[in-house]
Design a binder for this molecule. Structure first.
Ligand code: MN
Length: 723
């Protein structure tokens, strides 16, 4: 490729000249190649104005070289910024021709441009955050600013609707951004252009008013300036002095804010003195001169040279009373300070003495911006900027659109499932698929800022356990877990129903602790898991029940336990008195009614087993006595004569093997207390029991309760009234 057209040759020469003037280092070969590349790529395209499309990337590149003179890479990227989106050239080819850095910037510009297409702006702040969350290289933003500035300058040629939309976006997003970057000049131009398209009548009215008062203003400023200039010349200071341009949008805003008419707002004259010096002291000399000529207004003096503003703005501001008693605002600054005020930090490195180290300077500058936006600031300046913008947060966030263009914020690496739950838990529950920017994708696909997501749902679909492996938001995680738990409960319930039905059929009955013993035997950690296994058909119920029955189960154990208790109680009570005698007669306790100390008892003489001790209420005994009443013999527990009364105790404690023993011991060993009855129910790991005892008096009972309370594993012992 080579450039034949003299017009194009001149354009290239102009661009190279601006670059040489403003940039520390210029790779002219690469710039020329990018120029040719863009020219070729856009050769068939036209702008809305009817001009060849190439004029756009070219003008944008000129803006970059003029307004944000960072480096030649940015200018090259700018020339190519619309190539990928609008023509057949792709990123691979670009990488091959221009390297990774350029390609990444161009790709970044393409992506952030895509976000705004077809979206209405509802919350500008969100867009600003989104924009930054996507940008790894600040140069992307600079190219985008320049692109926007040129589009605003040529907005005349698009439809009024589009003019309004783009202007609104510019005013809400780009202008404040430019301000934050310290690009004051760009900010003013963007604001004035937006203002023009958003409120053309007012804009034109202001333009007219400013124009009609111009001559008068110029005359006045000359009257004010001439004596000052004379004095400055005497001091051999080099300077530029003149009226300060007023910006239409800022006049408009002041009128609105202060509710004052144009005349009052515009009445204030503004003069700026820019000194051709590196010595800040000259500014104070100049201030002295101005104050000698005109009386300063107290409280209107600001020294931003000693104490610069956060964005490094430096200047002296003073207001003095000029000729005819009119107020004049005077700004005094060096040329370098002025450059920084107008162009932001991009101007900084241009004043470095050693331009050969500019690569490093550029890095420093980029790092500085990156720090502001990404890092937590250490010093006051950074913290204030962060407070203003809170950008450090956005690095962990992405911004996603709903199909209706609504913006949602999600943590980085979120998936369509996170998005679905973010919208509504039911959408999450029924989510079966997702479309990203119209294309169907797997549910574990990672989302990127700017993606538009549509969730496909189905009424009969349910969350999947595997989702927990990839979802990022707490909201999705807990909703999925909640659903899975509910589902688990259902299965447990099902399993329990199967189990209960089976037991009923076999006429078996197990307590909860019986079940947990069986469950543990078959290696299930708890009853729920056991029931789940039953519901899922993972256990052979018949085998388990045969096994459980063959040992006559827990019922047997229960009986043994009670007998043990009864034995201890009987022994502690001192056995039984047959016919008032404590020895010589063989006796044993009947298994049918298991009498314990305190029970009213009666003996029945058997053959070979001596006297069988029954409760008086034993139904078995009643049958026997009908047959042979002669065999009945009177028996007593020792010490049950006197005035005894029955008291009930309720207790709760740990279901451990020794507890019944301990209770029986404690009761019986105190004053030979007799137990009338005992009734124990065990639940999983605790038992509830009621015991009735014979006591002599209240003191007897109270001491008994106190002793029981000292037992380890017994949580509660209380007198049971009215039972
Ligand atoms: Mn463009």
């Amino acid at each position: 490729m080579s450039i034949e057209n003299p017009k194009h040759q001149k354009m290239l020469a102009d661009l190279l000249a601006v670059c040489r003037k403003n940039l520390p280092k210029v790779n002219e070969g690469m710039l020329t190649k990018a120029f040719e590349f863009a020219l070729e790529a856009h050769k068939h395209d036209l702008r809305a104005s009817g001009e060849p499309y190439f004029s756009h990337p070219y003008e944008v590149a000129m803006i970059v070289a003029e307004e944000f003179p960072l480096d030649d890479i940015t200018v090259v990227s700018t020339l190519l910024h619309d190539v990928v989106e609008d023509t057949d050239f792709d990123l691979n080819l670009m990488t091959k021709e221009f390297g990774n850095e350029v390609t990444e910037i161009v790709d970044g510009v393409t992506k952030i441009s895509g976000i705004f297409k077809g979206q209405d702006i509802t919350k500008a702040e969100n867009y600003r955050k989104m924009l930054l969350s996507m940008v790894k290289d600040v140069r992307v933003i600079l190219v985008k600013f320049a692109d926007r500035l040129h589009n605003m300058r040529t907005l005349e040629f698009v439809t009024p609707d589009k003019q309004k939309r783009i202007s609104q976006e510019t005013l809400e997003i780009y202008a404040p951004f430019a301000n934050r970057f310290g690009l004051a000049r760009v900010k003013w131009e963007l604001e004035d252009l937006s203002f023009k398209y958003l409120n053309r009548e007012l804009y034109e009215d202001l333009v007219k008013k400013v124009k009609s008062s111009r001559k008068e203003r110029e005359t006045y400023i000359k009257r004010f300036s001439d004596p000052v200039k004379k004095k400055l010349d005497e001091y051999k200071l080099e300077y530029e002095m003149g009226g300060r341009p007023k910006h239409f949008y800022s006049i408009y805003r002041k009128m609105m804010k202060r509710g004052k008419p144009f005349q009052e707002i515009y009445d204030l004259f503004a003069v700026r003195i820019i000194l051709e010096t590196e010595n800040a002291n000259d500014c104070y000399t100049t201030l002295g001169i101005v104050n000698q000529m005109y009386l300063p207004v107290p409280d209107r003096f600001k020294d931003y040279i000693s104490i610069p503003k956060n964005n490094n703005y430096q200047s002296i501001h003073t207001t003095v009373i000029g000729p005819e008693g009119r107020l004049v605002e005077v700004q005094i600054r060096t040329k370098k300070m002025h450059e920084i005020a107008e162009r932001g930090l991009a101007a900084h490195w241009r004043y470095k003495e050693d331009k050969s180290t500019s690569d490093k300077d550029l890095d420093n500058w980029l790092n500085w911006i990156r720090d502001i936006f990404e890092g937590a600031g250490k010093d006051e300046t950074r913290r204030e900027i962060l407070e203003d913008f809170k950008l450090n947060l956005y690095q962990d966030e992405i911004y996603i659109f709903t199909p209706k263009g609504e913006l949602r914020r999600l943590p980085i690496d979120s998936t369509p499932v996170d998005f679905a739950f973010d919208i509504h838990s039911n959408i999450g529950y029924q989510c079966i698929g997702a479309k990203i920017n119209g294309k169907i994708v797997p549910l574990d696909t990672t989302l990127n800022s700017g993606d538009q997501i549509e969730i496909i749902t189905s009424k009969n679909h349910h969350p999947n356990k595997n989702w927990l492996k990839f979802v990022k938001t707490q909201k999705a995680k807990s909703a999925i877990r909640k659903w899975l738990n509910k589902e688990e409960e259902k299965i447990v319930k099902q399993g329990k129903e199967i189990w209960d039905k089976k037991l009923k059929k076999l006429k078996l009955s197990f307590t909860t602790s019986d079940v947990s013993r069986i469950a543990r035997k078959y290696k299930y950690d708890n009853n729920s898991l056991f029931y789940q296994a039953i519901a899922q058909g993972n256990v052979n119920l018949d085998n388990i029940l045969i096994d459980a029955r063959s040992k006559t189960g827990e019922e047997h154990e229960k009986i043994l336990e009670f007998e043990k208790f009864a034995d201890i109680a009987r022994k502690d009570a001192g056995g039984i008195l047959v016919d008032g005698k404590s020895s010589g007669i063989m006796y044993s306790y009947a298994k049918c009614c298991n009498p314990i100390p305190g029970d009213p008892v009666i003996g029945y003489i058997t053959i070979g087993e001596g006297v069988k001790i029954h409760r008086k209420t034993c139904s078995n005994l009643l049958n026997l006595s009908k047959i042979d009443a002669d065999k009945l013999v009177s028996v007593q527990w020792p010490g049950t004569d006197g005035t005894l009364f029955v008291a009930g105790l309720v207790m709760r404690g740990e279901d451990n093997p020794g507890i019944l023993n301990d209770i029986a011991h404690t009761i019986v060993s105190y004053k030979n207390t007799n137990i009338k009855s005992i009734n124990i129910n065990t639940n999983d790991s605790t038992f509830d029991g009621s015991v009735t005892v014979y006591v002599n008096n209240l003191e007897h009972l109270t001491t008994l309760v106190d002793r029981l309370k000292k037992l380890k594993g017994l949580y509660k012992v209380e007198r049971f009234e009215g039972g």
